[in-house]
Design a protein around this ligand. Sequence first.
Ligand code: SAH
Length: 228
Amino acid sequence: MLTIFPEMFPGPLGLSLAGRALEDGIWSIAAVDIRGFATDKHRNVDDSPFGGGAGMVMRPDVLDAAIRGTEGPGPLVYMTPRGRKLDQALVRELAAGPGVKVLCGRFEGVDQRVLEAHRALEVSAGDFVLSGGEPAALLMLDAIVRLLPGVVGKQESLAEESFEWGLLEYPHYTRPQVWEGRPVPEVLLSGHHEKISTWRKRQAEDITRLRRPDLWDRYVAASKVSEG
Ligand code: SAH
């Protein structure tokens, strides 16, 4: 993790499932302070943009030194709204790899040349603008870490989740059986596993069709292919 705010890590990833896995050594994180690689006496990491305009840009020489000075396998990932939007497919790919070196931008962003020189994989948390890459990096790492073997107890609880079938998740219910006059769907009390799983699949399909026509179209196309 390359950042000017190393105190932000592991942050929320030090708690709960990811935190336990971190203690157990299933994954590890090194938060490297980019400022440690600045060469002037004020430890500046940014400068004004060529061409003018508001804001500051992170310097390529300082970033390059920080990237080179940081051990660890895996691709350099730069968090940016301009990147490939993070999705479960990319999360799975990164979780299967040897690790990641994540560059968190601040200010207006980073000098383009350092991204090119290191062939950075640019990843976006979504179509909105954060004040820095750190929250986006935490989000991405959370999604990666929970896929690592031994982090989530029951592997089945991963298999049935949103996106793993290309569908959004069906609704969940727990006790009380009737809450404020609202009963849980009858079928879930039946003990009939096949009926329950058919009902859940149907619910997942309905909610996906309504909320995410983009996912639905892909799902329909994929089902046609698998049916031959
Ligand atoms: N000038 C940039 C925004 C800068 S925000 C633009 O218009 O696109 C400052 C930093 O926050 C960026 O360098 C980037 O590292 C990070 N960031 C902001 N929004 C993000 C997002 N949606 N996903 C990932 N990183 C983001």
